[in-house]
Design a protein around this ligand. Sequence first.
Ligand code: AMP
Length: 439
Amino acid sequence: MSEIIEPLRGMNDVLPDEARWWHRLERVVREVFAAYGYREIRVPLLERTALFKRAIGEYTDIVEKEMFSFDDRDGASLTLRPEATASIVRAAITNGLLHNQRHRLFTLGPMFRGERPQKGRYRQFHQVDVEALGYGGPDVDAELILMSARIWRLLGIGRVSLELNSLGTPEARAGYREVLRGYFAAHESTLDADSRRRLGGNPLRILDSKNPDLAGLIAAAPLLTDSLDPASREHFDGLRARLDAAGVAYTVNPRLVRGLDYYSRTVFEWVTDALGSQNALCSGGRYDGLVEQLGGEPTPAIGWALGMDRVVLLMQELGTPAPAEPPQAYVVLAGAAAAARGLGLAEQLRDALPWLRIETDLGGGSFKAQFRRADRSGALIAVVLGEDELARDVAAIKPLRHDGEQLDCPFADLPACLARLLGGPSVDAAAAARQDRDP
Ligand code: AMP
């Protein structure tokens, strides 16, 4: 036997038994985006490294140590996207979407960061990402937060809480940066190597440090809230008033600065106490300067990203049901003639009943072995075709989950028979529904 090739650390397989929680999450977020008029955009997984360096910031953990970057054959540096905002803004600019237009967009997909893997933190992880481009007021900030709150409600997820902060304008932040630089410079001997480097680059990033030795120093640092400019304060008050009116609870956390450089004004994070240290579920903020920074016209914008892997973990932790969808019927075939007929018969049933989930036994074997597989599939009934049935132009229908009678059903009546037994829409209703859906 050949040696097994192990998967990469922090890159997970989602096995079929687990996929149903992902499906439920994906279904709910798509329903919510449709209900608020957000439209899907799909962007590449690979972009030029310069895009993320310029958007996320040179002195961030992501750019300094987490990106999966490599040179292509022509020597251009490329990076697997660590987040979606930069790519969506790039796409809006390069496709000319921002000429006198506003867009409310979403995307779903994998992101890549070379972090140290642990429960809830992976190297390939998945985000639902929302971006509203061209909206400057606090109303859209509130709408984005309401949308995330609705997602938790529809998923039946409790144990989440919302933290809010305002980072002010870049000018106010520049003032604060100098205040911080002064503060940390006075304690330079206590800083670690990372933080000392950031002291010269961007001292705000020192606040993101996860080094426990620095926790006390960071806790005592001056607050950004005290340097906030009046317009940002008004914006923040406007957001809070809207959240209060809509009945969304939050706490203001003046220490919430977020690990990316492009944010301005509103930042927020949904956290949970049910997942241990990886407690952030959905994080976002306003980035009014980013479009211009990436070469577009000045355009206010805001977005959030929800960590799907963590939300799936939380759904499982909290016992949120995610229905499995086993086949409703299982086709058992005995003998060569029946085997030849089986796949065609299942096709006819799927044509007549688009809602039907019907699995055909493949590979043959004894009746007993096939019934064992039928039973394991979770199907409610078996549709049995043997030589005797074929000779009489009927299929036998055998209940698998209760003790009802086996009955014979003529081929021509099979769709109606299955619709009756399985409680699905009748043949005519099913055809009409399909006509509506796929005209
Ligand atoms: P960020 O893009 O860093 O603001 O992260 C947005 C959300 O993505 C976080 O709230 C997490 O839920 C999720 N997330 C970020 N990094 C990871 C990771 N390495 N593994 C799993 N989820 C992550």
